[in-house]
Design a binder for this molecule. Sequence first.
Ligand code: FAD
Ligand code: SF4
Ligand code: SF4
Length: 482
Amino acid sequence: MPEAMLKFVSVAQQYPAKRKAEARARDFDEIYQEYARAKAGEQASRCSQCGVPFCQIHCPLHNNIPDWLLMTSEGRLEEAYELSSATNNMPEICGRICPQDRLCEGNCVIEKGFESVTIGSIERFITDTAFAQGWVKPPRPRQEREQSVGIVGAGPAGLAAAEELRRHGYQVHVYDRYDRVGGLLVYGIPNFKLEKQIVQRRAKLLSDGGVTFHLDCEVGRDVTLADLRARHAAVLIATGVYKSRDIAIPGAGLGNIIQAMTYLTASNRIGLGDRVPEFESGALNAEGKRIVVLGGGDTAMDCVRTAIRQGAKSVKCLYRRDRKNMPGSMREVSHAEEEGVAFTWLVAPEAYTGDTIVKGVRAVRMRLGAPDATGRQTPEEVPNSAHVVKADLVIKALGFDPEDLPVQFAQADLKVTGWGTAAIDFRSKMTNLDGVFAAGDIVRGASLVVWAVRDGRDAAESMHRYIQAKAAAEAKPLAQAS
Ligand code: FAD
Ligand code: SF4
Ligand code: SF4
């Protein structure tokens, strides 16, 4: 065991300094500061270098965590960066926004008695340092290949695939209907979790490495899937899931009831300096209003915390299960509470009240009943518990489903699952259409950035194998003929 390690007994867990709640509620800057070099090394040295590292097993990318922690503790940061970036195309992004409490850190073996190693913050520190030192280079292939690939979607799945395929030497073309690269990293996730220049830095690296982005280009509207199949040796669908779920309750047609993505996209655009008329008119601005957010996932947490920063009069989050059973990260809930959000657990909306614009949400109290087939307790209504929660703006954060892919792409024979996600072969990642692959949320349903990166990497490897096998098969008859 290297002498530098196993310090968890003598060194306490310490995350990077978090800005005070009152200060961070006034702006959209990230809430954690960066570790100083010595602190990162000290925290990395708490790792006990497990023979069977559960942190690594539970990281979707199987990052080589113990080794880069050791290198960090020994001050070998460039090596730590090389190792960390070998398995992850955006370690500084995952280090910021992975729900580590459910993944690597939640499974760190010292977590029980001594609190986990702060893996995410160290991962972020390593790559931010690498950028600052100029160690991060654009993808440079060892050989150029003449074949091109088309990637639909510039979110994390598409970007991870783009980088891997470029490294293999393909001519990579990424098509996205948005005007910026990043997908939900830019227009979903707020700045206080992930500053946009961090995403733009990645996008620039790919452009500098030769990846071509076709922005404001919607596949299905500006170009068809058939066009892309004709143009490229293989195509990847990485379009994410964007159809907002809804609840059909009385009053649903009232004004000032909006979807979470509409609200968050407007806020992110304002942060990026764009003009958003609906924000300027006040329709998508929480300032001075009583805000009610429906839902208990990460999107709901982002909405409540955005509303606080916009200067809402009050912000309430209504969720039908209890704190323990909510899907959002516990860390995010704590941040929201510190910033002044009020959570009302175990309530379900029954109707919106108001004449033309919403005035409140009529809700009933719930209790958790018998577990369902998955073991999760089913909420049941408490009789005679209806009450009204006053609201000037209601934001619905109830989850997302895929758009109708075969219709969107005018490709009726493209197979989808019962949930509407792209149906792929588990091993090859290919859809039922020859040479068309899929990755990320469009395959898994709404998930996480780290899974999108993993899927993008896996799909890129499969696309490479597919293109090479096809090229070899085409070359064979020629060789036989000559
Ligand atoms: P996306 O990021 O959705 O990217 C898909 C891209 O495809 C988009 O750019 C879109 O414009 C483009 N596209 C779609 N259709 C077309 C078309 N027809 N033609 C051209 N382009 C098209 N995950 C975390 O790990 N941590 C978090 O803290 C976190 N917070 C989140 C907060 C919010 C508000 C939301 C909504 C999600 C959050 N997630 C978080 C989930 C995470 O953002 C997604 O799992 C991840 O972005 C999925 O990546 P993707 O590449 O599959 O899709
Ligand atoms: Fe943890 Fe996410 Fe980094 Fe994996 S990618 S080590 S889960 S923070
Ligand atoms: Fe280190 Fe924790 Fe991973 Fe063990 S589980 S190798 S202690 S980070």
